[in-house]
Design a binder for this molecule. Structure first.
Ligand SMILES: Cc1cc2nc3c(=O)[nH]c(=O)nc-3n(C[C@H](O)[C@H](O)[C@H](O)COP(=O)(O)OP(=O)(O)OC[C@H]3O[C@@H](n4cnc5c(N)ncnc54)[C@H](O)[C@@H]3O)c2cc1C
Ligand code: SF4
Ligand code: SF4
Length: 619
């Protein structure tokens, strides 16, 4: 971080400062903002920094508008309904009540995916007995699914739209300010106490050095800092680095979710409220989803997890193969891409729960380990922890007690531990460990954990993602020879492009029949729909920490996995980064094949706080 040579860093004082406006902070502010002022307009409690006024609450969001930084979902909406008992889908754009739900096992119609012997046997059995099964278009519709997977009575939402709706309600109370387009660069820590946050410097060069129009980011001091910056947020990670994780906890499981919002064809038979979940294709490790909003609009996408041991982890191309699966394509053919996006999902759940509180701070939402990997649910959990913190804060404010770790533990953590978020998080904690050993073990492990309330599970504790990434040569052994790989490498280097396309073509994946409507090139997608914005005057937020490791790196998975083609081969042995293409998915944080020598829990890429990203409120 550069120091200001000419201008003094400004300071502002607030009572509470929040980092990030995702569902967790939205839950916090929704609950808090309604209870700061009495019916006659007098403050319920007085601000410490503006006597006579209610507490001053500020929230800083990195993305350039409210709701540009989140994703589209299906949710049971238990916590949302607790905050909005009268919630009506009619008042929220793109919302629909959950209707028909299906879980589909997709078989591979091309024979291009990498399937274990167990899966090949299962596939052969299904194909042989398909006349007696709910089987059509190379897909098995699971005749029974456990109740923990269902979202009965829930909602399909565009989180972008929902967050804008919530943001408007919160701000209309007049007690809270939300500032989009304002990344927080670091937490201010004094003698192990968090005393506020520093906003990002503006008017700097790519490396953060002062340049034209240099304006140092302001310091916001507050009695309480609420950290709801999601799974890859720089502030949560800064605190993990400074304070460590509780014993036995580690954050090693991730997935990148890439999604499209599409107009379905005019003659679609898919009804609003339809929920399809898939597994098995385009690779067995990749899960998919399709949710139907009103007015023939659908959100669809895939998750590519950190335990998918491929050095060609490209979410964009795999998403297109997934859409082209015969079961789905008959519904999608003739459709049109409206917008798209990608975002990392923190899949460690309670395995990765950090210190939830400390002196002067509390953590909520996915960055605090809330996401339930068994039920595939994150919004409700994040929201619930936000409301629990708000109730705790109100209790402490009214009792005139300071925001010490002890007081926050006795109010916030106590509520959280007694809630369904904790109970269900414990059931889910080890449910995905089986995937460390393969997809079949993973699926059985999930079923076991779900059906026994977490008493039994399979597999072993997750390892760091970098340990799982094989070389390109090893992964494609038997499919593509070393000589052919060397040739493809040379060709791609000459063109300065990633390698995965050439590898997938060679491995038998059919070419994508681009139609300029729904099937568009990655490059075109960056320019249409939810297009990328990157304001000038900010430092690069993706940094290759040890260039010498990149120079020796065989996998270069950062380039292959990049959701925006923002990381590319470059001129030297070190990959190059183009901020104007970065969609802020955070996948580069965990898609690196080299450990950081200073801390092997981390990898050779830093993903810092930054501006820009996809400009779309539909996601
Ligand atoms: C593709 C995809 C599909 C999903 N589908 C579902 C689903 O169907 N059902 C479900 O329940 N959940 C789903 N989830 C998970 C769900 O979206 C998350 O669990 C949820 O959004 C977590 O909320 P949060 O508030 O904790 O974090 P986030 O939603 O990650 O919000 C954090 C916010 O903080 C901001 N931020 C980060 N760093 C900074 C900084 N330094 N300064 C300022 N702001 C910052 C970010 O821009 C973001 O807006 C899905 C996730 C993905 C990626
Ligand atoms: S960032 Fe990681 S994966 Fe990318 S080239 Fe460097 S060491 Fe390899
Ligand atoms: S550079 Fe940007 S788009 Fe690429 S993986 Fe990293 S965060 Fe995602």
């Amino acid at each position: 971080m550069s120091e200001n040579p000419t201008l003094e860093r400004q300071r502002m004082d607030a009572d509470i400062v929040c980092v990030g406006f995702g569902p967790a902070t939205a839950g916090f502010l929704t609950t808090l903002s309604k209870q700061l002022v009495n019916a006659d307009g007098t403050p319920v409690v007085e601000s410490a920094v503006m006597p006579g006024m209610p507490p001053q609450v500020l929230c800083y969001e990195r993305a350039d508008d409210i709701g540009f930084g989140v994703s589209g979902v299906v949710t049971k909406a238990r916590a949302l309904r607790a905050s909005f008992p009268e919630i009506k889908t009619a008042g929220i754009p793109m919302a629909a009540p959950v209707g028909e739900e299906k879980v589909l096992y997709l078989l591979d119609p091309h024979g291009a995916s990498r399937r274990s012997t167990a899966l090949k046997i299962a596939d052969a059995l299904i194909r042989t007995t398909k006349f007696a099964l709910p089987f059509e278009q190379h897909a098995l519709n699971l005749p029974w699914t456990p109740s923990f997977l269902h979202k009965h009575d829930g909602l399909i939402l565009s989180m972008g739209q929902f967050m804008q709706w919530v943001g408007a309600q919160v701000q209309s109370t007049g007690t809270v300010q939300i500032w989009p387009g304002t990344p927080v660069s670091q937490a201010l820590v004094e003698e192990k106490k968090v005393v506020g946050v520093r906003l990002l410097d503006q008017g700097v060069d790519k490396k953060g050095n002062p340049s034209d129009g240099f304006t140092p980011g302001m310091d916001i001091h507050a009695a309480l800092t609420v950290i709801g910056d999601g799974p890859v947020g720089a502030i949560g990670r800064q605190l993990d680095e400074q304070f460590g994780l509780p014993e036995g906890k580690h954050i090693r499981d991730w997935a990148v979710g890439m999604k499209f919002v599409v107009d379905l064809p005019e003659d679609t038979t898919l009804k609003p409220g339809t929920v399809l979940h898939t597994f098995g294709y385009p690779e067995p490790e990749i899960f998919g989803f399709l949710y139907v909003h009103p007015d023939r609009v659908a959100s669809l996408g895939i998750f590519v997890p950190s335990w998918f041991d491929s050095p060609a982890r490209t979410a964009y191309r795999y998403l297109q193969h997934w859409m082209l699966h015969p079961y789905l394509w008959r519904h999608l053919k003739g459709g049109k891409l409206r917008s798209w996006g990608a975002k990392t999902l923190g899949e460690s759940g309670k395995h990765g729960e950090p210190h939830l509180t400390g002196d002067g701070y509390a953590r909520i939402g996915e960055g605090s380990g809330t996401t339930n990997v068994l039920t595939g649910s994150g919004v409700d959990e994040a929201w619930a922890t936000g409301t629990q913190l708000a109730e705790a804060v109100l209790e402490l404010l009214k009792a005139k007690k300071p925001f010490t770790k002890q007081n926050l533990d006795e109010t916030y953590v106590k509520r959280r531990r007694a809630s369904w978020v904790e109970a269900e998080g414990r059931i889910a904690e080890k449910s995905r460990d089986g995937f460390q050993k393969g997809v079949a073990t993973g699926m059985i492990g999930m079923a076991l954990a779900g059906l026994t309330d977490g008493k039994f599970s399979l597999g072993s504790a997750p390892v760091q993602p970098w340990k799982r990434i094989p070389t390109v040569e090893d992964y494609f052994a038997g499919k593509i020879s070393r000589d052919e790989i060397a040739k493809l490498r040379d060709e791609c280097k000459t063109k300065n492009v990633s390698l995965h396309g050439a590898l997938m073509d060679k491995a038998g994946w059919p070419a994508i029949p681009f139609d300029g409507q729904l099937l568009v090139s990655h490059q075109d997608a960056l320019l249409m729909g939810g297009k990328v914005q990157a304001p000038h005057g900010y430092a690069d937020h993706v940094v290759f920490l040890h260039p010498e490791l990149c120079e020796k790196c065989g996998a270069r998975i950062c380039i292959e996995a990049c959701s925006g083609q923002a990381i590319y081969p470059g001129e030297t042995g070190v990959p190059a980064f183009d901020r104007e293409k970065c969609v802020h998915c955070g996948a580069c944080l965990w898609n690196c094949s080299q450990a950081n020598p200073e801390n092997p829990e981390h990898m050779n890429i830093a993903f810092r706080a930054g501006t820009g990203g996809l400009h779309s409120a539909e996601n």
